[in-house]
Design a protein. Structure first.
Length: 294
């Protein structure tokens, strides 16, 4: 089961109650999507710890990566030896490498920084993480975590074919099975079930690449920095409104929308949630400590 925790839900500046947007995901390892200030504090607070496998940066605006330096220092103090992988848009490696080479910031363990533009960034036994381009006025990425489809038995077809007991294991292993006078192929009695899918847009204006990559997502985490009355500002700053995020979720046929990167100008965030729910009812508001099991 995938555990997703919101480490930060706000815009560029922290407040007493909110931090810049960032997320931790636990599934066969721990993975961060963006790494703002105080990420390490939030990891402790919400029981994730520091055994991070990889960090996926959406873009190189300071509020999305400043936490990586304190986090790696703490990892070193705790005796980490394992490699840490960091992914980001083109330019990430050139930017971070000289900083990590500084005497007081050089990690005590290997860090591999990879620039990605689109396509598969990471493959594991459980899932793949794919990067795709978004629109934020600078090199910026969204990410898709997706499980491969699984093979499921169609109970009615299997029963009609006479498959029962140990025969289910046999046909899975061999791909086909003789039942009486008939040869039954695995594909005759099974179907493919789509794997879990989580999409993280990072900071972005609404764009077709998000709709395309978020198709059928179990969870779409979308930039919702502004509401419609501030739409001109959203366009100027290359962000989305809550309504635009909801429209994207609707077009993508996502199961659930999580509104993120919410501007601190909205002290009462219900205005953001209400705007989204007018278009897409299955909308939720990101908040520090909010978690979901998928």
């Amino acid at each position: 089961m995938i555990r997703l925790v919101v480490l930060g839900s706000g815009g560029s500046m922290p407040t007493k109650n909110t931090l810049p947007a960032g997320f931790a995901l636990k599934y066969g390892g721990i993975f961060l999507f963006d790494c703002p200030e105080a990420t390490q504090v939030q990891l402790l607070k919400y029981g994730m710890g520091f055994a991070i496998d990889a960090i996926f940066l959406s873009h190189m605006h300071a509020d999305h990566f400043l936490g990586i330096f304190g986090l790696t220092q703490t990892m070193g103090l705790l005796g980490r030896k394992e490699e840490l992988k960091v992914y980001g848009p083109p330019g990430t490696k050139a930017f971070l490498t000289p900083i990590f080479a500084m005497p007081h910031l050089k990690p005590a363990f290997p860090i591999t920084i990879k620039d990605v533009s689109s396509g598969i960034a990471l493959k594991t036994k459980l899932f793949n993480i794919k990067a795709f381009k978004v629109e934020h006025g600078c090199p910026a990425l969204g990410y898709v975590l997706e499980e491969p489809p699984s093979v499921r038995f169609d109970e009615k077809k299997a029963k009609a074919a006479g498959i029962k007991g140990r025969m289910f294991t046999d046909i899975q292993e061999k791909g086909k099975l003789k039942v009486g006078s008939k040869t039954i192929k695995l594909e005759d009695v099974t179907y493919q079930q789509a794997g879990k899918k989580i999409v993280f847009t990072g900071d972005s204006m609404p764009c077709t690449s998000i709709v395309r990559n978020a198709q059928g997502a179990d969870l779409l985490i979308h930039d919702s920095c502004f509401v419609e009355k501030d739409g001109a500002m959203a366009k100027e700053k290359h962000h989305s409104t809550a309504k635009q995020a909801a429209e994207t979720a609707l077009k993508a046929r996502a199961k659930k929308l999580l509104l993120s990167h919410i501007s601190n100008r909205y002290e009462d965030r219900s205005i953001v949630l209400n705007e989204a729910r007018e278009t897409f009812q299955q909308s939720a508001l990101a908040a520090e400590g909010w978690e979901m099991f998928i």
